[in-house]
Design a protein around this ligand. Structure first.
Ligand code: CIR
Length: 269
């Protein structure tokens, strides 16, 4: 397999998840698990070997593994999640990642959620949000600059994470909600805006040339289709009630990374 996807089964305590911008609604645990298993199946169909970590009843948000680490070709950054209730989640992720990459860690006073980190080639956009602070961005810059990554801090307003507002959906295209992040930060990339009636539609998970994309945003999906962007559709509606989306349920990385040449163009994946 070319890619590894680390996932974590839905916690039986997901009803007690953190919520910042959404009202609490009942979550059907069995439906959430079924949707999560279908998501894992979609990743397998795209060529990922799925390493599914066990559910933890003490960690309501632990299905959202993306927030616990950021994996680069050269190293993996174990985060320090902004929500204190989520900090113990990193232990299991670090154990799972250790065979694949050297690990570095975000230390206090830094706080970083992986959902705030959007890598496009050697440019790393990092959201400044309620979860991620400048101290963590400084630490990330110190770790990544020697590997020729350029770190770009991005103010985000009105949503949880940078990747709630913008994700990379094709070689030169960012899908973006311009009400939550200024699209100009992504220049010279092409920015495709979500349909205004679907504010949460900017989160897609790009694996090679396919975007894993929720079934719940038909108007934005049409915009992606018009750009001839290939999609694998998944229903994650129960996980969306926990303020989750598609990127947050996995950590996808290459088994044997081909190192992107230093100084390569930012569009290079
Ligand atoms: C939280 O508030 O931390 C979780 N309920 C949702 C996290 C979603 N993570 C992500 O989009 N990267």
């Amino acid at each position: 397999m070319k890619w590894i996807a680390i996932t974590r089964a839905v916690s039986p305590a997901i009803a007690h998840c953190e919520l910042t911008h959404l009202d609490r609604q009942p979550i059907d645990l069995m439906a959430a698990r079924t949707q999560h298993q279908a998501y894992e199946e979609a990743l397998r169909a795209l060529g990922c070997e799925v390493l599914s970590l066990p559910a933890d009843p003490a960690l309501p948000d632990s299905v959202f593994v993306e927030d616990t680490a950021v994996v680069f070709d050269e190293l993996a950054v174990i985060t320090r999640p902004g929500a204190p209730s989520r900090r113990p989640e990193i232990v299991t992720t670090a154990v799972a990642l250790r065979p694949y990459r050297p690990l570095v860690r975000i230390a206090p006073p830094g706080s970083l959620d992986g959902g705030d980190v959007l890598r496009v080639g050697r440019t790393v956009y990092v959201g400044l949000t309620g979860r991620t602070n400048q101290a963590a961005i400084d630490q990330l810059t110190a770790e990544l600059s020697p590997h020729d990554y350029v770190i770009c801090a991005v103010p985000v307003h009105g949503c949880l994470h940078l990747k709630s507002a913008a994700t990379h959906v094709a070689a030169d295209t960012i899908l973006c909600n311009p009400r939550w992040v200024d699209p100009a930060v992504f220049t010279p990339l092409h920015v495709l805006e979500v349909d205004a009636a679907e504010p949460y539609a900017a989160n897609g998970l790009l694996i090679d040339t396919q975007v894993v994309y929720p079934t719940t945003f038909p108007a934005t999906r049409r915009r992606l289709e018009e750009q001839r962007i290939a999609m694998t559709l998944v229903d994650v509606s129960e996980l969306q009630k926990a303020e989750g989306a598609v990127t947050c349920c996995s950590l996808v990385f290459e088994t044997a990374p081909h190192l992107v040449p230093r100084g390569a163009a930012m569009l290079q994946q």
